[in-house]
Design a protein around this ligand. Structure first.
Ligand code: AMP
Length: 445
């Protein structure tokens, strides 16, 4: 099956070819013809299956007919988080490269006035988080009576985040005759009820989870002391001694800890960004973009901030904290080992409470998580091998001009006693910044 057999317009087919996609994914193959035939669709699929294109491509084709009117969007896409909304907007930019459609994003943390201005020009595609959409509606700046097609994406996440009452309200504000596309990864009873209430004779399309994490991801646990500084120390050792680390997401349970860990890693010279709910919107978007483009290697994140993000090909996941809910573990490690690629997920375990949570995770995934052979609390062999020293030496020459690192001393051909302890960055956690190039912050020259 190819994209040209699905009934999509020529403009869309050529944009898809330009995006480099050869064949539709199963959800695209199954959903697109029904969307084009104006059927309601219930898509059971999660991020990573290509579901965004499964609705954006046929929407672009349908939108080629007709024009928008001021303040009356023609289509509406609801997303649970600002980041997901922004990703969908990017998809419209990519797949709609051959169209002249007005796409507007209504998300929190961004000025009302700019969003309002876009609405006045007339919008073909409105992508919104439920709260901000209702704010605009209540101010009388938006009419929903022109919506021909409504997409509710990541519905089960909307449920987790308490958005279902908003969704129900919005569904009642758009015309009864609209077409509805509804996507969810799971079908808890509350979601089933909503689909029964708001979808009309939907085509049910279900795809398997993308390559399961369990099959392609090496999972390990590492014991650590309980104190936060001990955990940070363990984490740094793990990162520095990791095999094949290209990029990594580090998960913390609390947003406060995300911020602390981020600052600590930064002080230790790592190339790192943070993503948590207290950051303002532009900062979140910038952090994510830098990580996606590979401009930073590490991303410290909380569960809610990282939900559903499309970050392809993450080589390592570090669970700085054992998640309280076993489901979160599966979501977290689902960000590596995608599409048959191998990945590594390492969890730092400290204390008896953590051990209980690990047991619950092992029960859920149906397998024990082995302990790492070499305790991460010990200095690793790799840290002192000559090649890494050379890389480190070269970089520290740039980065820490004037700061004498023990590596420099080890370069001396004459054997010496053990190197003296590393300088402590601003009195914080111990150990020296022996970082290979990609882990370091980029140098501005
Ligand atoms: P999604 O499930 O919508 O988050 O998409 C996951 C990833 O798959 C995104 O990075 C898309 O760019 C990519 N993708 C979507 N459709 C295709 C396709 N037909 N072939 C290859 N990659 C695709």
């Amino acid at each position: 099956m190819s994209f040209s057999n699905l009934g999509l317009s020529e403009k869309v087919v050529s944009a898809v070819a330009a995006a480099g996609y050869k064949n539709p994914t199963p959800i695209q193959e199954q959903a697109i013809p029904h969307v084009l035939a104006r059927r309601d669709v219930l898509g059971i699929a999660q991020t990573g299956t290509g579901k965004t294109a499964a609705f954006t491509l046929p929407m672009l084709t349908l939108l080629e007919q007709g024009r928008p009117r001021a303040r009356m969007p023609r289509t509406l896409i609801l997303e649970p988080t600002r980041e997901l909304a922004a990703q969908v907007e990017e998809s419209f930019a990519k797949y709609g490269a051959n169209h002249k459609l007005n796409v507007a994003l209504l998300i929190g943390g961004v000025s009302f006035d700019d969003q309002d201005f876009k609405l006045t020009r007339g919008v073909d595609v409105l992508i919104a988080t439920p709260g901000r959409l209702l704010d605009h509606f209540e101010r009388g700046r938006l009419l929903l009576t022109g919506v021909e097609l409504l997409v509710i994406d990541e519905a089960d996440r909307m449920l987790d985040m308490g958005f279902i009452p908003d969704i129900e309200r919005i569904c009642k504000l758009v015309p009864f005759t609209r077409q509805t596309l509804f996507f969810t990864a799971t079908m808890p009873p509350e979601i089933r009820r909503i689909t029964e209430q708001f979808l009309h004779n939907p085509m049910r399309v279900e795809v398997a989870r993308p390559a399961t994490t369990v099959a392609t991801t090496t999972q390990l646990i590492v014991k650590s002391g309980r104190e936060p500084h001990e955990k940070r120390d363990t984490l740094r050792r793990l990162i520095r001694s990791a095999d094949g680390l290209k990029n990594a997401i580090i998960f913390c349970n609390r947003k406060r800890d995300v911020a602390t860990l981020f600052r600590s890693l930064l002080r230790h010279g790592f190339s790192v960004q943070a993503l948590h709910g207290d950051m303002d919107q532009p900062a979140r978007m910038a952090a994510l973009e830098q990580f996606r483009k590979g401009e930073v290697t590490l991303l410290v994140a909380s569960d809610v901030a990282a939900r559903g993000l499309d970050i392809p090909d993450v080589s390592h996941i570090y669970n700085f904290d054992v998640p309280h809910h076993p489901d979160d573990y599966v979501h977290r490690i689902g960000r590596t080992g995608r599409a048959g690629r191998s990945g590594t997920a390492i969890m730092i375990v400290a204390g008896a409470t953590d051990a209980k949570a690990v047991a619950a995770i092992e029960k859920l995934i149906g397998q024990p998580i082995p302990a790492m052979e070499r305790p991460a609390g010990q200095p690793t062999v790799q840290r002192h091998t000559p090649p890494q020293q050379r890389v480190s030496e070269r970089l520290h020459g740039h980065h820490h001009a004037g700061r004498k690192s023990p590596t420099t001393r080890n370069e001396d051909p004459r054997p010496r006693r053990a190197p003296p302890p590393a300088p402590r960055p601003r009195g914080e956690d111990s150990d020296a910044p022996h970082l290979p190039a990609f882990l370091l912050r980029p140098v501005k020259v």
